[in-house]
Design a protein around this ligand. Structure first.
Ligand code: GTP
Length: 409
């Protein structure tokens, strides 16, 4: 399991959105009557925008998160504007304070499989079922012993409405979101963390004027942000390796200054490798190579050019500057021994597999690959990015001719 610590930086967006909402709340009473009416309905407008975008990109989890955020806002506006001393309001507040973290946990853990299929339908049904279950749990708590009721009773502190039990639940789901952000490195988890935070403040600071309005907007905007970021990833990132793809490279080439170098890198004898170990192991190797190329030093940015070819752009660097960085990448790939289970020998049928597993262990193997690279810089002979790219490709060809596993510049 890889840990992407750098993914934590993505949490900046929901932090700014939710923090901005908390700050903006204090200024809402300065708005004119008509503007206030619009702002008071913004959570619904934002949720509707989320539904349209989520539908376009077939993102069920974020669609349900938007529905949940708008539902919480609706519930607070219509049923929780009275004292929590009233039994009905207290019951609904308890349902909401259990529902927000539990539904967020569910959306964090459910895999994304699109909207219009059996799995999508089941996910939505389960989501609604879990929301209904929160009523049952809340009634269970209300009928439980005094200690349990105390743990879940609202206003444990002056100026803080959420019960201690629900606060712990929020903290646990917040931790889960944090772990999933760094493990999965995906925008959906980041957006769900924003939705959870917005739900938390809506409930914990329920006594503050307009808190549900600003947090309803903030929760919806976190979802919009997540949807836009994931659509950006879809357009610009290569699915297999997670590296920036050809489209991103083409845009980058148009913005380069007067001094830059480009490296082309290609896995050696990859066709043979695929033929020997299978396409799946080949894919794993491409992921490994991508992760090493991504770590290239000297200010280089890695792209998957296509197939088993990668490209690195070094702004403001000469070929000599880049050669050492590329050679380090080459060496780290050549030295890496990847353990594989020989998938070709894996039996096709699960039943046969379990029978064989009892008798003989599947062969576990180690493999390694090498890469070759060519580097070229912008100069008199190569005045534009296309010709630099083509020159780097020629150098790569020379590296192959030289015997592979080397860098030519
Ligand atoms: N597993 C896998 N293989 C890929 C992918 N994209 C391209 N390939 C394979 O990469 C191989 C490229 O082979 P060639 O272009 O002949 O080059 P090579 O075998 O690496 O030989 P040299 O470059 O001369 O060292 C082909 O077999 C493609 O099927 C991919 O996404 N996954």
């Amino acid at each position: 399991m890889r840990v992407h610590w750098a993914a934590l930086i993505r949490l900046l967006a929901p932090t700014v959105i939710v923090g901005g909402g908390l700050l903006a709340r204090g200024y809402l009473d300065q708005l004119g009557d008509e503007t206030r009416i619009i702002v008071a309905n913004l959570p619904y407008f934002v949720a509707m925008a989320c539904l349209v975008i989520a539908y376009q990109f077939q993102r069920l989890r974020l669609l349900l998160a938007a529905v949940g955020t708008a539902s919480l806002f609706w519930l607070i506006q219509n049923y929780l504007q009275v004292s929590l001393g009233e039994p009905d309001a207290a019951r609904l507040f308890l349902v909401a304070s259990l529902g927000v973290p539990l539904l967020c946990a569910y959306l964090l853990l459910a895999p994304e499989r699109g909207l219009f299929n059996t799995y999508g339908l089941l996910t939505a049904v389960f989501f609604l079922g879990l929301a209904g279950l929160c009523f049952v749990i809340a009634d269970g708590i209300n009928g439980a012993d005094a200690a349990t009721r105390g743990l879940f009773s609202a206003k444990p502190l002056e100026g803080y409405i959420l019960s201690s039990g629900a606060s712990l639940l929020f903290a646990a789901v917040g931790f889960l979101a944090l772990v999933l952000v760094i493990v999965r490195d995906s925008e959906t988890e980041v957006a769900l963390a924003g939705v959870l935070a917005a739900g938390f403040f809506s409930l914990a600071l329920l006594h503050l004027d307009d808190i549900s309005v600003v947090m309803g907007i903030a929760g919806g905007l976190s979802v919009v942000w997540g949807l836009l970021r994931s659509s950006h990833s879809m357009a610009y990132r290569d699915d297999l390796t997670g590296l920036l793809g050809r489209r991103a490279l083409n845009e980058r080439l148009n913005t380069l200054g007067r001094r830059y170098s480009i490296a082309m890198l290609d896995v050696d004898h990859f066709k043979k490798f695929n033929d020997t170990h299978g396409h799946d192991v080949g894919d794993d190797v491409l992921k490994l190579v991508a992760s090493r190329v991504k770590q290239v030093g000297n200010g280089g940015t890695a792209y998957r050019y296509g197939g088993e070819e990668f490209c690195v752009v070094f702004p403001r660097r000469s070929t000599e500057d880049c050669a050492a960085a590329m050679d380090q990448v080459r060496e780290s790939i050549a030295n890496y021994k990847m353990s594989i289970r020989d998938r070709k020998r894996r039996p096709a049928r699960a039943k046969e597999g379990s029978r064989r597993r009892g008798a003989t262990k599947l062969k576990s193997d180690q493999v390694s690959v090498t890469v070759s690279a060519g580097i070229a810089a912008r100069g008199d002979n190569h005045p534009d990015p296309e010709s630099v790219l083509s020159a780097a490709d020629t150098k790569l060809y020379k590296a192959k001719k030289k015997g592979r596993n080397c860098v030519v510049y």
